[in-house]
Design a protein around this ligand. Structure first.
Ligand SMILES: Nc1nc2c(ncn2[C@@H]2O[C@H](COP(=O)(O)OP(=O)(O)OP(=O)(O)O)[C@@H](O)[C@H]2O)c(=O)[nH]1
Ligand SMILES: [Mg+2]
Length: 690
């Protein structure tokens, strides 16, 4: 009948299951948090959003929770029975277990601490402190025998008896009953009680109260017990104390229960006077005991742990809050930093485009200016060419080979001197100008570079030198000198004088041909004759046009008036002059003539190529400027790329920070969830509030 109701012990069992489940979740949660904090702390790009201290703190929490979880799993309710020897401690336990589990008898029976707890197996067994081995027992006699046979056994030992749960309902609910040797056995008992019973949730003092059938005697016992509980132990209020004192006959209840279990007719004790009353008192004791132990055990076994769990969730929350705040702050910084970098990148890109146009114009202007400079210098050099040529001295010989050598030497000399002069006049100023312009460009571009890179921006070490590609050898390749003797009043000269060099040449070559033909006694070709006649005719026409008819008239008059003497004199003078000129036509005269011809020729050629040379020099300047500008642009490009990389890195970091922030919030919510579970556990089982 008494088993129909749900045992109050279930309160503990359910509470244990509930709190264990909460702890299980809590442990999983704290492990997640630990992983998260560690990962965040170790992640380099997050720059200590989480700290090592937090990491260690959460690891400590995790370890504590693991320990608590293990302890909780082993948690059970424990009741310790104590009292003087032979007062019936073992008998009360047996009565509660409804079976003779523990030995009892007259005299000192229980000689050590004996705990009884449930086992899921079918067979009872016992274990002792000094060995791992479990010893099988079937009956109480075997147990008594086992206990007495063990010589090492003394009162300070603990023997754990495991009794099949199937045989006894009470043991199913995590209950451990602890029997002790009589308090009057040894003085060491106190320390043993500390050792084995300190974690007991309920203490039952079993006292002998024989003859309590008489009400007067019963009252004396009651008064004594109340005063013991209230005044000596101070564990209960005076008005509550009587509710904690029970007058029972364990011996009767045990035997009646065994009889009923064996379905035997109730005899003996069961029929004794007042038995039903005492049975009810025993049941009342059992009920009260169960309620007490359940309430008390839940409180003593779980309250501290619940508080601890609460503290852990609080500290986890604090850590998550710290991470949340720190990641939010860092995110703001990163966003600002990225914004600034993006602005900077845009500025650099725009400015570079703008400056490039400007610099291109500048380079163009410099190019033109430098070309002009070279052109002017060239003009000067061309003017001074005859001086240069005059200054040249080398062995001169009209022999063809020697002459060719002389000319090539002359050209090399003139070229060398001219280049040297140009170099002297232009190069240093061009160099200076180029250098200062490059410096200007550099100064314009420098602000586009990050401060650290600014000092790395410098002009190229190599010196820019301009090349003047005159190349006289090919320029004057087709120079042909004329150092044959030409009498100043000779036919060639005169023809030259009157016909102009082109026609004179034609006429003279025809004349030459005629002479050759004459010398080889061959008749002059009709065509050649005609051509000569034509030349002479055109020459005459030209003569008529140039010298006036008046001259001819004067000549005729002179002829008539001066007569033949003058003609002889003239011829003599003419011959003398010829002779003189012929004699003075020496090598040095030839050299002079060649030099003069060369000067004329080269002047003409140089004038023709002057603009090519100067624009080539301009090109060289331009190339140099463009190359240096390109190198500087490369530096700016590099810094742009660095900016872009940095922006990408920051974007990734912002994303990471956002996810850390989100995760820390999620974990914080989870902590709050767990706290509300702990709160409802406390409200339901501990009647406390955090
Ligand atoms: N009349 C009566 N006898 C009892 C009662 N309870 C126990 N006894 C008897 O008292 C004797 C001692 O009982 P135990 O249960 O062995 O006492 P204990 O306190 O365990 O003794 P130790 O183990 O020696 O300390 C036994 O012979 C029991 O039968 C009871 O309620 N009424
Ligand atoms: Mg005993």
């Amino acid at each position: 009948m008494e088993q129909d109701n749900v045992s109050p012990l279930q309160h503990f069992v359910v509470a244990k299951r509930t709190i264990s489940a909460v702890f299980h979740q809590l442990l999983e949660f704290v492990r997640d948090c630990s992983d998260f904090v560690e990962e965040t702390w170790k992640s380099e790009d997050l720059e200590h959003v989480a700290q090592e201290k937090q990491c260690l703190q959460i690891q400590v929490c995790s370890r504590k929770l693991t320990a608590i979880k293990d302890v909780l799993a082993r948690r059970h309710m424990k009741v310790a029975f104590f009292g003087r020897t032979s007062n019936g401690k073992s008998t009360v336990i047996n009565a509660m277990l409804r079976e003779r589990v523990l030995p009892s008898g007259i005299g000192h029976t229980t000689n050590c601490f004996l705990s009884v707890e449930g086992t899921d197996g079918e067979h009872a067994y016992l274990t002792t402190e000094d060995s791992e081995e479990s010893k099988s027992i079937e009956t109480v006699n075997q147990l008594a025998h086992a206990l007495h046979m063990d010589r090492n056994q003394d009162s300070g030992c603990l023997v754990r008896v495991f009794w099949p749960k199937a045989k006894c309902a009470l043991l199913r609910d995590d209950l451990v009953l602890m029997d002790s040797p009589g308090t009057d056995v040894t003085s060491e008992l106190d320390s043993w009680i500390d050792k084995f019973c300190l974690d007991a949730d309920v203490f039952v003092l079993v006292a002998n109260s024989e003859s309590t059938i008489m009400n007067t005697v019963r009252k004396q016992h009651m008064d004594r017990c109340v005063s013991f509980l209230v005044e000596e132990l101070k564990v209960v209020d005076l008005n509550k104390a009587p509710e904690r004192i029970f007058f029972v006959s364990a011996k009767e209840v045990l035997s009646a229960r065994i009889h009923r279990a064996q379905e035997m007719p109730e005899t003996g004790d069961a029929l004794a006077e007042g038995f039903q009353e005492r049975l009810m008192e025993f049941q009342s004791f059992e009920r009260t005991f169960e309620e007490f132990i359940s309430q008390s055990a839940v409180k003593t076994k779980f309250e501290q742990h619940t508080i601890r769990a609460w503290q852990i969730t609080e500290s986890v929350k604090a850590i998550m809050d710290a991470i949340n705040i720190s990641s939010a702050e860092k995110k703001v910084f990163s966003l600002e930093e990225r914004e600034a970098l993006m602005d900077r990148l845009e500025f650099v890109q725009n400015q570079l485009n703008f400056l490039t146009e400007d610099i291109k114009d500048k380079i163009k202007a410099i190019t033109e200016e430098m070309a002009d400079k070279v052109s002017n210098a060239m003009a000067e050099e061309i003017c001074g060419l005859s001086v240069l040529v005059d200054e040249f001295c080398s062995d001169f010989s009209p022999a063809p080979n020697a002459l060719a050598l002389y000319k090539s030497k002359l050209m090399a000399y003139v070229e060398e001197r001219m280049v040297k002069n140009l170099d002297l006049h232009c190069s240093s100023s061009i160099n200076g100008y180029v250098l200062s312009s490059q410096g200007d460009i550099m100064d314009t571009l420098r602000p586009l570079l990050p401060p650290a890179a600014r000092c790395q921006l410098h002009l190229p070490n190599r010196k820019f030198s301009i090349t003047y590609d005159l190349n006289f050898a090919s320029l004057c390749e087709d120079f042909v000198e004329d150092i044959n003797f030409n009498f100043s009043l000779g036919l060639t000269f005169l023809v030259n004088r009157f016909l102009g060099p082109g026609k004179a040449k034609q006429a003279l070559s025809l004349l030459e041909q005629k002479l050759q033909v004459t010398s080889s006694s061959a008749p002059l070709g009709t065509q050649a004759q005609e051509e000569l006649a034509m030349s002479m005719a055109t020459g005459l026409v030209s003569l008529t046009s140039r010298a006036s008819v008046g001259m001819l008239v004067i000549a005729g008059v002179v002829w008539r008036s001066v007569g033949w003497r003058l003609i002889v004199l003239s011829v003599s003078l003419y011959s003398l002059l010829y002779l003189y000129e012929r004699l003075t036509w020496t090598n040095s005269a030839k050299e002079r003539a060649l030099k003069q011809q060369f000067v004329d020729f080269a002047t003409q050629r140089l004038q023709a190529i002057s603009h090519i040379i100067s624009s080539d020099c301009g090109q060289q300047v331009q190339q140099e400027m463009v190359a240096v500008f390109a190198r500087m642009c490369q530096q700016v490009d590099k810094s742009e790329m660095e900016l872009e990389t940095e922006i990408r890195r920051l974007s990734a970091r912002i994303q990471r920070l956002e996810s850390v922030q989100k995760h820390s919030k999620t974990l914080r919510h989870k902590a709050t969830d767990l706290e509300s579970q702990l709160e409802s556990f406390s409200a339901q089982y501990l009647q406390t509030q955090h």
